[in-house]
Design a protein around this ligand. Structure first.
Ligand SMILES: NC(=O)c1ccc[n+]([C@@H]2O[C@H](COP(=O)([O-])OP(=O)(O)OC[C@H]3O[C@@H](n4cnc5c(N)ncnc54)[C@H](O)[C@@H]3O)[C@@H](O)[C@H]2O)c1
Length: 325
């Protein structure tokens, strides 16, 4: 069976209408899709409807949509507690059910039975492996992770992550579809618990909890430091670009030689340590060199002084936005 192309997708089912599901519905309907939201009870669906309307009000207030656009988008959205009715004739399903393997697999079994065979089944899962979910279906090649950041109708990043059985065509369709919804689709080469960013965020939280637990700072102090320090820069560039701008010797200089990564040498079990304890410093140095080499290739034609100027101008603008009310 031919895999559907992104431009052929006209209708979407949002399966699960909670925090993430209703926000996906806002986005999809805003971009012209017919949207059906499924959830387990009328009470949840009426809450989803109320949230959806509030989100559109905010988009009108911000000048992103007109009232007429919102009326047309709302006309495209329906809700149902009947899964078959919600998914039977849609081109694409965005599943945002509870983050439990057992529940996801059950949902996928039902979706496989009820949705058209050519429909793509995408999951919002924050950390799970698609390989563990897609095996519940007879169409594993059409199952893929499309992981957003909250709220999906505002935050651009969507990580598109294949499971072992996901086809290259499905990845392409998910990536192109997300791009057509105004998102920035970042395609992972292979799956990993937590995908890309949640994998990294887990380390951030682990270290922050270590600092609180060891009395180094309070939770509020850590938030303040993060928000007024690295958080500002991270709004403009990723950690590797920050590293390249601040450390002329490359990432191995920042992370390894200057021992910024204290977990390399003390009592916090790092991932490197768990994976290959005997090669810990050697592996960290090797990976830092690999990252530096990739960034140097990426930045070969970039004027770093111009980037610094751009960064400073943008940081000042962000500070102005934060100071305004
Ligand atoms: N909250 C976030 O910041 C965030 C961000 C990105 C991705 N995600 C992922 O999105 C998914 C949903 O998370 P959430 O925060 O919206 O959770 P949520 O609890 O707000 O929503 C989950 C919804 O699923 C519904 N549900 C329960 N059983 C169901 C079933 N069998 N079939 C369909 N729906 C069912 C619930 O009634 C609820 O409305 C999870 O996989 C989560 O990891 C969450």
């Amino acid at each position: 069976m031919k895999t559907m192309k992104a431009e052929e997708i006209r209708s979407v089912a949002c399966v699960g209408g909670g925090t993430i599901g209703f926000s996906w519905a806002v986005l999809f309907a805003q971009h012209g899709m017919r949207v059906k939201i499924y959830d387990v009870s009328d009470a949840v669906l009426s809450q989803a409807n109320a949230e959806l309307r509030m989100a559109y009000d905010s988009l009108v207030e911000a000048g992103v949509m007109s009232k007429e656009d919102v009326a047309a988008a709302l006309d495209r959205v329906t809700t149902s507690t009947d899964l078959a009715a919600a998914v039977q004739d849609v081109d694409y399903v965005q599943e945002s059910g509870p983050e439990r393997y057992g529940i996801k697999r059950e949902i996928y079994r039902d979706l496989d039975r009820l949705a058209r065979p050519e429909a793509i089944l995408a999951s919002s899962t924050s950390a799970m492996l698609m390989t563990e979910i897609q095996s519940a279906t007879a169409r594993p090649e059409r199952c893929v992770v499309a992981h957003p950041y909250n709220p999906p109708h505002i935050v651009p990043c969507v990580e598109v992550v294949p499971g072992e059985a996901t086809s290259a065509e499905t990845v392409e369709t998910a990536r192109d579809f997300m791009a057509s919804m105004g998102r920035v689709a970042v395609v992972a080469s292979k799956e990993c618990r937590g995908h890309i960013v949640n994998h990294m965020q887990a380390v951030l939280y682990r270290e922050a909890m270590w600092l609180v637990g060891n009395g180094v700072a309070t939770a509020a102090e850590i938030d303040l430091a993060f928000r007024t320090g690295p958080g500002l820069r991270l709004a403009l560039m990723g950690p590797f670009m920050v590293g390249m701008l601040t450390s002329p010797g490359g990432l191995q200089d920042t992370m390894v030689d200057r021992k910024l990564d204290h977990s390399l040498e003390d009592d916090i079990p790092s991932r490197v340590e768990r994976e290959a304890p005997e090669r810990r410093p050697e592996l960290a140095r090797e990976w830092a060199k690999l990252c530096t080499a990739q960034m140097e290739a990426e930045l070969a034609d970039t004027d770093m002084e111009a980037v610094k100027k751009w960064r400073d101008a943008k940081l000042l603008q962000i500070l102005d936005v934060i100071a305004s009310d």
